[in-house]
Ligand binder design. Structure first.
Ligand code: ZN
Length: 188
């Protein structure tokens, strides 16, 4: 098997103290760093994504002054600003591919993003012959959910590592994991 680790949006604005800070985000960052310290060698490809929005427009309605926290959100992860940086608790030294998404548009799945050389996550996985992926990061009920479901659609066997994800809300996060299992993914 050729294995990938997909690290979704472990960024300052999604961890404690950020514009859309998720409880448990810092622990997720620390836990992923521990996983990488012990097991980076188990993965052939390690892809990390960042939400990376425009600061001078509403990114296709993704930003709103009165957000509904379903389809619209407070300003977050403006490209180049501190909020869009990886959380410093995440050790990115073993990351092989850095992907940005959401430039001017709402973008939940890392499969909608691209590396700076223009390659998409699908292309990176296909080029490496990846058939298995572990998925970790933030937020379980939004970008982790969308990224895991897209990986399954690409024919990759997905396992969400539940100790290494954090969600915005408990109910929707549990529902997201159930949806991933129903689509053929695993959780452990
Ligand atoms: Zn966003």
């Amino acid at each position: 098997m050729t294995r990938a680790l997909l690290i979704v949006d472990v960024q300052n604005d999604f961890t404690e103290g950020g514009a859309l800070g998720v409880a448990g985000g810092d622990d997720v960052a620390r836990g992923i760093s521990r996983l990488l310290a012990e097991h980076a060698g188990d993965y052939d490809v390690i892809i990390a994504s960042r939400d990376w929005h425009h600061g001078d427009d509403d990114n296709g309605g993704h930003f709103a002054a009165e957000p509904d926290f379903v389809d619209s959100w407070p300003v977050h992860c403006v490209g180049g600003a501190e909020g869009a940086d990886y959380d410093p608790l995440l050790d990115t030294s073993a990351v092989t591919h850095h992907v940005k998404k959401g430039q001017g548009v709402p973008s939940y799945s890392m499969f909608e993003g691209a590396a700076d050389d223009g390659s998409t996550v699908s292309q990176i996985l296909a080029a490496a012959g990846v058939d298995e992926a572990d998925v970790v990061g933030i937020a379980t009920d939004h970008c982790v959910r969308a990224s895991a479901l897209d990986a399954l659609r690409e024919g990759v066997a997905v396992t969400v590592l539940t100790d290494l994800v954090a969600g915005v809300a408990p109910g929707p996060s549990a529902a997201a994991l159930e949806e991933i299992r129903a689509a053929g993914g695993s959780t452990r």
